[in-house]
Each structure stands twice: as structure tokens, then as C-alpha cells.
Design a protein around this ligand. Sequence first.
Ligand SMILES: N[C@@H](CCC(=O)N[C@@H](CS)C(=O)NCC(=O)O)C(=O)O
Length: 82
Amino acid sequence: MSSFALYYYDQCPFCQLVLRELNGLKTQVELKNTLMVPQNRQELVQGGGRTTVPCLRITQDNGSVEWLYESSDIARYLKKLG
Ligand SMILES: N[C@@H](CCC(=O)N[C@@H](CS)C(=O)NCC(=O)O)C(=O)O
């Protein structure tokens, strides 16, 4: 099973757009606030390469990891997941 984590913070309007997409989604997405939890921000920089939110970390069942930036791309991806 693939797993998903969304790096975000509440004051970011692009994050709000993506958070709205999570409503009604069957897939479970772990929420990682990067303002409240410095470790989350560190993970994001180390893994994704930059601090920009939102970012969706996609871990495939074979262990490969993708860091998807851009709210519109993330929203589209989540819609497809269902
Ligand atoms: N085009 C991006 C814009 C994202 C963006 O500007 N995020 C801001 C917060 S609202 C941010 O993370 N800025 C700090 C940074 O880039 O390190 C999107 O639609 O996701």
C-alpha cells in the first residue's frame, strides 16, 4: 500500500485549497504541520529540497518516495486517488 503525508500550515491559502480536497477522501493522508512542528519542516527540506507548502509526500509500496509540490497538482492527484 502506498502512503501519503501532506506538509502544510493553516495560514497558507494554497494549503487550505488542498486540505479541502481531503474531505470525503477514502485514502488516509497524514497531516504534517510545518509551522507547529519544526521536525516536519526539517523533513520537508531534507526530502523535498525546499520549505514551500503544500507538499504531498508519496511513498510507493516499493519504498520509492516522491515529493509533489504545487497545490493544483496535489489537488488533481488527490482527486484521482479518491
Ligand atoms: N504555487 C504554489 C505556491 C505555494 C506557496 O507560495 N506557499 C507559501 C505559503 S502560502 C510558502 O510555503 N512560502 C514559503 C516558502 O516557499 O518557503 C502552490 O500553489 O502550491
